[in-house]
Ligand binder design. Structure first.
Ligand SMILES: [Zn+2]
Ligand SMILES: [Zn+2]
Length: 273
């Protein structure tokens, strides 16, 4: 299984980091977790396309995690010539969000149906609302869901994906909580969105300070990784975004608490499990 960090950015615009998303490639089964800014471009860079997706899994409805879902839906529709259905899983509210996206795309959908004989209808999506404790399979992948804590964004969920004895936890934005521990326990990779509270806390901007109370900071992510004995801690959605020469500092701060492998990098960093 490959875990590709298709977007390591955050809501803050960055010329080099796409918005939050991670692509799982398990043989021919591609699953996208979240769909932030620039995701389709990064999928192409990862040797994937919306057309190859077995499903999209959404962690929560913050805009940075879903703002390019419309591009995933439209590109999937066009490239499959309307023949394929895109399953989208997410917490309650995702159905309404996708419905409204479809309405927003109405003019485009109409133009393309009128212009291309192959297209007789709009995008086919199957939206499935999921909650804590649920499980399902996608081909050979088994997926488990737990609740995460990111209030006032709620409900929020994380996913544990298992394939051939390999497990990866993708928990989205959350403070440390029981659900994260459950998903990440003994996992081969634990992908966590992180902030550096020691740096963000220096900001004079009160809106930046607000983000401190609903994300895991780097230390907390490392503590979680150690507590539940994961093999690898994979950092994403880093705030503030580090430059490459700052990676060692991030790693050494995490190493105070966790002695497993720590992965930090640019977009398209890939962890092969
Ligand atoms: Zn969020
Ligand atoms: Zn976020």
């Amino acid at each position: 299984m490959d875990v590709v960090l298709t977007g390591t950015g955050s809501p803050l615009p960055d010329p080099n980091r796409a918005g939050p998303s991670t692509l799982i490639k398990a043989d021919d089964c591609h699953v996208l977790i979240d769909a932030g800014r620039g995701v389709v471009m990064r999928m192409a860079g990862a040797g994937s396309l919306p057309l190859f997706l077995r499903a999209v899994l959404i962690t929560h409805l913050h805009s940075d995690h879903i703002c390019d879902l419309n591009d995933v839906i439209t590109t999937h529709w066009i490239m499959s010539q309307g023949n394929a259905t895109l399953p989208i899983y997410g917490p309650p509210g995702i159905k309404e969000f996708v419905n409204r996206q479809m309405h927003a795309l109405e003019a485009d959908i109409g133009y393309r149906i009128e212009h291309h004989e192959e297209l007789t209808h709009g995008p086919k999506v199957e939206v499935i609302e999921v909650g804590a404790g649920e499980q399902f399979t996608l081909d050979d992948l088994s997926i488990r869901i737990a609740a995460t804590e990111h209030a006032p964004a709620k409900p929020t969920v994380g996913y544990r994906i298992e394939h051939n004895e390999v497990a990866v936890a993708l928990v989205g934005d959350t403070v440390p909580c029981e659900g994260v521990d459950e998903l990440a326990r003994e996992a081969d990779a634990y992908v966590q969105t992180v902030i550096r509270s020691d740096l963000v806390g220096l900001s004079p901007n009160p809106m930046m300070l607000d983000i401190l109370d609903y994300h895991s900071d780097l230390e907390q992510a490392a503590q979680t990784a150690a507590r539940v004995n994961v093999k690898r801690l994979v950092l994403t959605h880093m705030v503030p975004a580090p430059t490459e020469d700052q990676y060692p500092e991030w790693i050494s701060q995490a190493q105070h608490y966790f002695d497993g492998e720590i992965v930090i990098g640019d977009d398209l960093t890939t962890v092969s499990l």
